[in-house]
Design a protein around this ligand. Structure first.
Ligand code: NDP
Ligand code: HSE
Length: 432
């Protein structure tokens, strides 16, 4: 009986994700061999600190100080990049691996958002796989779901919670009343956050993922620079409580939508109905909703960050490679990916939540209402609780459907009123 050759794996980066992959491969070796007919064998690794215990026995595995040297090791078939960063060693090592004829698996959404099209082109012209299931939404098979499961559809929209750290922070702030910095430290300790957590809380990580998801959904080139990005730094406990009172949850969402003008890509905090699938997705969980013309809406929910879920996604890619399964990187051959025509956020039509801190004195609300009238923005609901004559009080309202450009003009005018003490806080409402 002929026995298939082992799949020889080199892993660069043995932190949260790399450590998780080592443990999964060590624990599920037999299962994976049963599923692929091959042994998935780690033959070489690289990280910064050779002396650190990675939780598995690496004594028979070659060690490389230089990840780019590991990438071209003649004794590996697949290079797994789990270091991170859009440039530097991660990019150099992935390019070297492709040039040396190795398949590549990566969890690095920053790298793909900035260089995805070029790397896909290089891999595909060499007949190699560049796989990245772990780069978007952690353990959720979002890439395979869209690229393979929904391949028969024209995708109209894809949206979702794409950052586990932010969803964890927003959930903990709401359910425990803990403050932002405290919960962020927790997310870092749990291995959810990026090396630079400002990528999480400023929306950049979600934007990297959205840019990749957009390419898969719409068959366009990855176009990170056209993503509108806002983060969650300005979300306060006050807004979280008002959202609850109005029947909403606050989520950092990534939304990619085909419009008449082109493709809209935006990442920003949203209010979503509490009882919607996105509204019900708490903690480190992510949710990805795809809307296809034949299938209608498909919702995928699962853990978006952490060692186990991300390792699960990395190993799924290794299983595909072991089986010899070949798929164009973004679902369409790289040279056929269409340039993305961006549709700017100023064209958004939708509802809005606004909170102001104003001086409690007669006439203030009339001035605000007049500004909204001048911009043709129609108010839906209005809340002002309590009285503190002469002091600062919060004033909250939601609007009917209006356009972003009118809303921005109204907010600029309202922010300039004497009685308005802080910049207006606006959160877009998405009813989906
Ligand atoms: P960590 O910071 O936990 O691990 C990074 C690893 O890279 C460490 O083992 C580090 O070595 C190693 N490393 C750093 N610089 C070099 C270098 N120059 N040469 C070789 N190795 C190096 O990061 P994560 O595991 O969290 O993230 C890895 C990737 O996975 C990133 O792209 C991230 O965006 C992505 N990702 C992370 C998820 C998560 O939940 N954490 C989820 C999905 C994707 P040493 O250990 O010796 O310091
Ligand atoms: N920092 C990322 C997050 C890791 O919190 O979602 C998963 O990509």
């Amino acid at each position: 009986m002929s026995v298939a050759k082992p799949l020889r794996i080199g892993i660069a980066g043995l932190g949260t994700v790399g450590g998780g992959v080592l443990k999964l491969l060590a624990s599920h070796g037999e299962l994976l061999t049963q599923r692929t007919g091959r042994t998935l064998q780690v033959t070489a690794v690289s990280a910064r600190d050779a002396s650190r215990d990675r939780g598995v026995d690496l004594s028979s595995v070659r060690w490389y100080q230089d990840a780019a040297a590991l990438a071209v090791d003649p004794e590996i078939d697949v290079f797994v990049e789990l270091i991170g960063g859009s440039d530097g060693i991660a990019k150099r090592a992935v390019e070297a691996a492709i040039a040396a004829g190795k398949h590549v698996v990566t969890a690095n959404k920053a790298l793909l958002a900035h260089h995805g099209a070029a790397l896909a082109g290089a891999a595909e012209s060499a007949g190699l796989t560049l796989a990245f299931e772990a780069a978007v939404a952690g353990g959720i098979p979002a890439i395979k779901g869209l690229r393979e499961g929904l391949a028969g559809n024209n995708i109209r929209e894809v949206h979702g919670i794409l950052n586990g750290t932010c969803n964890y922070i927003l959930t903990e702030m709401r359910t425990t009343g803990r403050d932002f910095a405290d919960v962020l430290a927790d997310a870092q300790r749990l291995g959810y956050a990026e090396a630079d957590p400002s990528f999480d809380i400023d929306g950049v990580d979600a934007a990297h993922k959205l840019a990749v998801l957009t390419a898969v959904a719409f068959g366009t080139q990855v176009d990170f620079k056209s993503v509108h990005v806002e983060g969650i730094r300005h979300i306060s406990a006050l807004d979280i409580n008002y959202a609850q009172e109005l029947g909403y949850r606050i989520r950092l969402l990534g939304i990619a939508r085909r419009t008449e003008a082109g493709i809209e890509q935006r990442v920003h905090p949203c209010m979503v109905p509490t009882n919607s699938p996105i509204g019900a997705t708490d903690g480190v969980f992510n949710a990805v909703v795809a809307d296809g013309d034949f299938v209608d809406k498909v919702v995928l929910v699962g853990r978006g960050a952490g060692a186990g879920p991300t390792a699960s996604a990395v190993v799924a890619d290794l299983v595909d490679i072991a089986r010899g399964r070949v798929t164009p990187t973004f679902g369409v051959p790289a040279e056929k990916l269409a340039p993305l025509v961006p549709s700017p956020i100023s064209r958004r039509q939708g509802r809005y939540y606004v909170r102001l801190m104003v001086v409690d004195r007669p006439g203030v609300i009339a001035d605000i209402a007049a500004t909204l009238r001048d911009q043709h923005v129609s108010m839906e609901a209005f809340l002002q609780r309590g009285r503190s004559p002469g002091e600062a009080v919060p004033v909250v309202w939601t609007t009917h459907e209006t356009d972003e450009a009118a809303m921005q003009s109204a907010l600029a005018a309202i922010g300039a009123l004497d009685a308005v003490l802080e910049p207006p806080r606006m959160i877009r409402i998405e009813d989906f």
